[in-house]
Design a protein around this ligand. Structure first.
Ligand code: FES
Length: 233
């Protein structure tokens, strides 16, 4: 299941990258587009769609706040230094697939790496993606499962087509999205889309994935990745 099915072709730009700095911001280079998007609920209160609310002017290089205390969010204003921010990384360099569980259904297979959950909650609708995959010979359940997996910003959830063996992934331009969830007042992670390289402080790259979420609140125990600690419970 290594070949990837895309909904359309994607732009390849290897100059784009995100570098984690020691106890400081993310340095983004290569003119990565930056937007802000809100998670929108359906009529029953389930997370269902995304809505773009802001598009930032394109900059060749910029620094994004990682400590959560900048007064110029999403950009860094140097507050991390005054607050002695501890940005020590604990993120896994292992490939996603190595620690993902597998749930096999009749038409789809789900891989699920719980460690990456950011509580975006797209997976809870219509009985939950785990049940939908088990019923994936039903066309409605099949389509809902794909939709829920593709909306999962962290890529915790990935679906595979059993007939072809291919991964089903949404098509994204390389970009960064600031995630907001107004119904619960949650300010979510940086959603890194389209396969941008993220480089750790020691220069070691993390696995490049189509969907990755980086902490911007400073509270994750799995830095640089979001672990859902921003969620207000
Ligand atoms: S943004 Fe920091 S834990 Fe999610």
């Amino acid at each position: 299941m290594t070949e990837v099915t895309k909904k359309s072709s994607k732009t390849l730009d290897d100059s784009m990258k995100i570098t984690v700095t020691r106890n400081g911001p993310y340095i983004v280079t290569g003119g990565v587009p930056l937007t802000s998007e809100e998670i929108c609920n359906d009529d029953e209160g389930y997370c269902r769609t995304w809505r773009q609310v802001k598009k930032y002017p394109v900059q060749e290089q910029y620094a994004l706040c990682r400590c959560g205390n900048s007064k110029n969010k999403p950009f860094c204003d140097g507050t991390h230094a005054k607050n002695y921010f501890d940005g020590t990384e604990a993120g896994d360099h292992e490939p996603y697939r190595d620690s993902a569980g597998v749930i096999r259904g009749p038409a789809l297979t789900l891989t699920d790496n719980e460690h990456l959950c950011v509580h975006a909650r797209f997976c809870m609708r219509a009985g939950g993606i785990w049940n939908l995959v088990k019923q994936s010979d039903n066309p409605t359940a099949h389509d809902f499962a794909i939709e829920e997996a593709c909306n999962c910003p962290s890529g915790r959830l990935v679906v595979h087509d059993n007939a072809t063996g291919k991964v089903i992934e949404p098509e994204f331009e390389k970009s960064i999205v600031i995630v907001e969830y107004p119904p619960r007042g949650e300010h979510g992670p940086l959603w890194v889309r389209g396969g941008i390289s993220v480089i750790s402080v020691d220069g070691e790259p993390y696995e490049i994935r189509n969907r990755v979420t980086l902490c911007r609140c400073g509270r994750s125990e799995n830095k640089p990745f979001c672990d859902g600690s921003h969620v207000i419970r």
